[in-house]
Each structure stands twice: as structure tokens, then as C-alpha cells.
Design a protein around this ligand. Structure first.
Ligand SMILES: NC(=O)c1ccc[n+]([C@@H]2O[C@H](COP(=O)([O-])OP(=O)(O)OC[C@H]3O[C@@H](n4cnc5c(N)ncnc54)[C@H](OP(=O)(O)O)[C@@H]3O)[C@@H](O)[C@H]2O)c1
Length: 202
């Protein structure tokens, strides 16, 4: 006789399998696209491009010959990254925008980004900057939760609005991506806001 526990076990297995298949396909089966060629693009912009996933995206783009605008917090991590990336890809042009993407209106960083990109066409936009805030939702200061929200969600909306408009007005093809998280599918009570954020942008 089939027990309730074993039914839940198999439901769990069946739920996880499609996810693992997608991850394996992304890692090993999916053919790599050359975005420079695909979109006839010269420039990409990556937020949170100074470390982690963003830095890996920057390196992938630079390896394909795309010039990259990198947007990140104006801190020591960014300062170090500026030096290393320029040495790694001497034939690629980089522009650096140090700013705080947690600003609620987005006015200051949007102006800085506009200034840095006024003479170029950005056709690839990667909204990647983000981080996790941990702790019970009611225990974390509301201001901290909102900074997290504006960095992870609002900044992507603000920059997408600007660059989508630019591409449409100029008749350019392009690509806009958002770095999401599997936390959107498996929310955790100790990072309640973060689990919700990927759902906002999925
Ligand atoms: N790591 C994971 O396991 C994981 C899993 C799923 C999804 N993600 C998502 O992937 C994205 C990148 O994560 P990661 O692990 O690569 O993070 P990371 O290494 O901590 O890098 C975060 C980047 O965002 C920038 N940043 C953070 N707050 C900022 C702010 N207020 N204004 C401007 N820039 C800011 C940082 O700038 P500085 O370096 O200059 O401080 C850095 O470049 C995030 O959206 C994250 O939610 C991560």
C-alpha cells in the first residue's frame, strides 16, 4: 500500500526534476550565443558588474568583443575591478559608473548613466545588481528592506525604461535581461523580501 509520505516524496522529486533538467541544459547543452553578432551591437551595460555573476557577464561580453559600461557601488571592490578588467581585455573599451542603485527615484544614477552613455548605443542591458537581506522581515529596519527592494527591482525598471526607449527610438535591435533567483520558487522565512523579489522581475 502507498503511504502518504511516499506520495509527498514523489511529488517532491517530480517538482525538482524539471528544474534540474533546465539547469543542466543551461550549463552543458545550451549553445553559446554571440550577442555582439546577433544584435550587431557595440556596447553592453551591466549593473553590479564589479563582482560575482555581474563580473562573469562582463568577462563573457568582453571576450566576445563587446565594449561594456559597468555600473556598481563606488567602493573598493569597484576600484580594484576597474584595474583588473582593463588589463585582462586591453582591446575592449570600458566605461565605469560608480553610483548607488538603491536611490528610490533613480534620478541621480539615471543621470550618471545617461551622461556616460550619451555618445554610444547600448543594445545589451543586464540588470544584475542585487543582494539578499536576511533576518525576520519585521526585525529588519524598513529602510534597509526598501534599499534592498530599490536596488534589486526599481533600478532594473528605471534603466530598462530608459534603454528600451532609446533602442525603439533609434530602431535598434537589442536584449534586456534581469538576473533572477531560484529563491523565487523556494522562498525562505529568513529572507522573505528576497524570495519575493525574483517574482517581481520574473
Ligand atoms: N550568488 C547567488 O547565489 C545568487 C543566486 C541567484 C541570484 N543571484 C542574484 O544575482 C545577482 C548578482 O549576485 P552576486 O552573488 O553576483 O552578487 P555580488 O557578488 O555581491 O555582486 C553584487 C553587485 O551589485 C553591486 N551592488 C550592490 N548593491 C548596490 C547598490 N546599492 N548600488 C549599486 N551597485 C550595487 C555590487 O557593487 P560593488 O561590488 O561595487 O559593491 C556588485 O557589483 C543579484 O541580483 C542576486 O540577487 C545571486
Amino acid at each position: 500500500m502507498i503511504s502518504i509520505t511516499s506520495i509527498f516524496f514523489w511529488i517532491g522529486i517530480l517538482a525538482v526534476c524539471p528544474y534540474l533538467v533546465l539547469v543542466a541544459y543551461g550549463a552543458y547543452g545550451c549553445p553559446e550565443q554571440n550577442l555582439k553578432q546577433k544584435y550587431n551591437a557595440k556596447w553592453a551595460l551591466v549593473t553590479g558588474g564589479s563582482s560575482g555573476i555581474g563580473a562573469a557577464i562582463v568577462r563573457k561580453f568582453a571576450g566576445q568583443g563587446l565594449n561594456v559600461v559597468i555600473v556598481a557601488l563606488d567602493d573598493a571592490v569597484f576600484a580594484k575591478f576597474k584595474e583588473t578588467i582593463a588589463k585582462e581585455f586591453p582591446s575592449v573599451e570600458f566605461r565605469f559608473v560608480g553610483c548607488d542603485l538603491s536611490e528610490p527615484s533613480g534620478e541621480t544614477y539615471l543621470n550618471a548613466v545617461k551622461q556616460a552613455t550619451s555618445d554610444i548605443d547600448v543594445q545589451i542591458l543586464c540588470n544584475n545588481a542585487g543582494y539578499i537581506t536576511t533576518g525576520g522581515y519585521a526585525d529588519v529596519a524598513m529602510q534597509r528592506e526598501m534599499s534592498n527592494f530599490h536596488t534589486n527591482v526599481t533600478s532594473g525598471l528605471v534603466l530598462t525604461h530608459h534603454f528600451a526607449d532609446e533602442m525603439l527610438n533609434k530602431g535598434l535591435k537589442g536584449l534586456i535581461t534581469f538576473t533572477s533567483s531560484s529563491a523565487g520558487f523556494i522562498p525562505n522565512p529568513m529572507s522573505a523580501l528576497y524570495g519575493k523579489l525574483p517574482n517581481n522581475i520574473a
